[in-house]
Design a protein around this ligand. Structure first.
Ligand code: BGC
Length: 517
């Protein structure tokens, strides 16, 4: 009984439910119509091209183009919190690398234990195997000065980068032989050999100043049979075969050389950084902190450590889809993520992929022009640098540069297209400099927190490499990030360009090794 409803109650319920039904119906229809109208208008705006344009810095672009650009902006721009989280991760990885082998940051002992003090003297040859060139440098050190530097460089043929170990080392020995003949670099006394410092700019495991074994190749090199080999032995064997009268006194990473060269002239140098085809840093560490050093870590001395920062990875890195695509196409897939976001080897390819995406998703370049962009590695980093330097205020010059470098019709590059490319280049340059500065800031924090560098001390960072030297406003961008991360302490961090640092440093270290024999 109690469950039965009266006729009036039922009638009320029915009218209430039909009222609700009507409301729901009207709402659904209303919302549906609203959503439909929104998309219809959006579609109409996008189809009718003149009306579908919005402005970015006074340049008309389509909604699609702006959407793609905004996407890049929001992914590349890092907040202070994100930067700080990245620095924390970097510090954690530095500590792991000091404790044991095989970590993400390799923290490789260089066995350079006597810091250069300006007393080093003599005539040396430096052989510098970099990412794109072999450079032979004659360096004369005298009276606490670098008295003479004569250098010659040759591009490493692409085929050799993926050929055989012997092919590569024979090529290097040939360059040394030619250099010695051209610049009359000869042994000073009979029965002696020209002392050589060998700058080998790839991760290597060292057990002494004169030996190193390759751990892995980077920067596009892929010669399987070099892994684990004694690199000095390989070079000396090729030199012997070609009758080059030289003796290797030291093997070192380019970051170690850059640090040593700058330290020779300025005792406040704490860090050597390379921002070129590849990227990396080395710093001076108390041996007691390098707990993985099996012996000799407890004598209270110091040693230069090659961080191999290029292999840093973190969830706080501002990844783009292009980073993953680039990584997929490299011989060292899965490694060197940080390097691939920073260094000169990859910035052009990043810009190409971003333009290609915009051309597919937002009709950026016309169809014919797009085909030019489809060729991998066809967008040189020098073009990113040139366009970023011109900026959005000089679009006619940007169009010229694009048309010349990519062989596309200048008339087919619209203002919107030139503006898009300029903005993308700026973002790629900003991201590279911001990340490089975050690495330096992390090392600064590590050294001050561990009490190895005093807070009121100058912290000189010696930098070598084409990216730092030629990319517009690269130093300013790094300085800005130091301000964001280090506040008032940022004024202690001084970035100093150290031209030919890796070559001169090689000589300085070879000199120190020669006198301590
Ligand atoms: C290498 C480092 C080197 C850096 C700069 C990286 O690819 O792994 O050893 O210092 O490039 O040349």
């Amino acid at each position: 009984m109690g469950r039965k409803k009266s006729a009036t109650a039922v009638a009320k319920d029915e009218s209430a439910s039909s009222g609700v039904g009507l409301l729901v119906f009207t709402t659904v229809v209303g919302v549906g119509a609203g959503v439909g109208l929104y998309f219809w208008n959006r579609l109409k705006r996008r189809k009718a091209s003149p009306q579908s344009r919005r402005c970015s810095k006074g340049v008309a672009m389509t909604h699609e183009q702006l959407d793609v650009l905004e996407g890049y902006k929001s992914k590349c721009t890092m907040s202070k919190d994100q930067l700080n989280a990245l620095v924390d991760d970097f510090l954690r990885r530095m500590n792991e690398g000091l404790r044991s082998e095989g970590q993400m940051l390799k923290q490789l002992p260089s066995y350079v234990e006597r810091m250069p003090n300006g007393e080093e003297a003599g005539e040396f040859l430096a052989i510098d195997l970099g990412g794109t060139n072999v450079r032979v440098v004659k360096v004369v050190l005298e009276d606490r000065k670098v008295k003479e530097v004569v250098a010659h460089e040759d591009a490493i043929p692409k085929a050799l980068m993926r050929g055989t170990t012997k092919g590569l080392f024979d090529f290097i020995a040939k360059q040394v032989k030619l250099f010695m003949a051209r610049h009359s670099a000869r042994p000073t006394a009979s029965g002696t050999k020209v002392p050589i410092g060998f700058t080998f700019s790839y991760p290597m495991k060292q057990t002494g100043i004169k030996n190193g074994e390759l751990i892995c190749w980077t920067k596009g090199f892929d010669i399987k049979d070099t892994l684990g080999k004694d690199l000095v032995g390989l070079l000396e064997a090729s030199m012997r075969e070609q009758e080059v009268e030289g003796e290797v006194f030291a093997i070192l990473n380019d970051t170690v050389g850059t640090l040593a060269a700058s330290r020779f002239a300025d005792q406040d140098t704490q860090l050597g950084v390379i921002l070129g085809t590849g990227s990396n840093a080395a710093y001076i560490e108390s041996k007691g902190n390098i707990s993985k050093l099996s012996a000799g870590g407890s004598d209270g001395g110091r040693m230069i450590v090659n961080i191999e920062w290029g292999n840093f990875k973190s969830d706080h890195l501002p990844y783009l889809a292009e980073d993953r695509e680039i990584d997929e196409g490299t011989p060292n897939r899965g490694s060197q993520h940080y390097e691939k976001m920073i260094s000169g080897m990859y910035l052009g390819e990043m810009a190409r992929r971003a333009c290609l995406r915009a051309s597919r998703e937002a009709n950026l370049f016309g169809g014919t022009q797009r085909r030019r962009l489809e060729k991998p590695w066809s967008f040189p980093t020098s073009l990113v640098s040139e366009i970023d330097g011109l900026g959005s205020g000089r679009l006619p010059q940007v169009k010229k540069a694009l048309s010349k470098a990519l062989d596309i019709l200048e008339a087919s590059v619209s203002d919107g297209c030139a503006h898009f490319v300029t903005e993308v280049c700026r973002l790629i340059g900003d991201r590279s400099a911001t990340l490089a500065a975050a690495g330096v800031a992390a090392i600064y924090r590590y050294l001050t927190q561990s009490g190895q560098v005093a807070l009121d001390q100058r912290f000189v960072v010696a930098v070598d490499g084409g990216l730092f030297e030629h990319y517009p406003r690269y130093k300013d961008r790094m300085d800005k990030t130091f301000g964001d991360l280090l506040g008032g302490q940022a004024k202690r961090v001084e970035l100093v360009h150290s031209p030919d640092g890796s070559g001169i440093g090689s000589a300085v270290i070879a000199a120190a090794a020669a006198t301590s024999r």
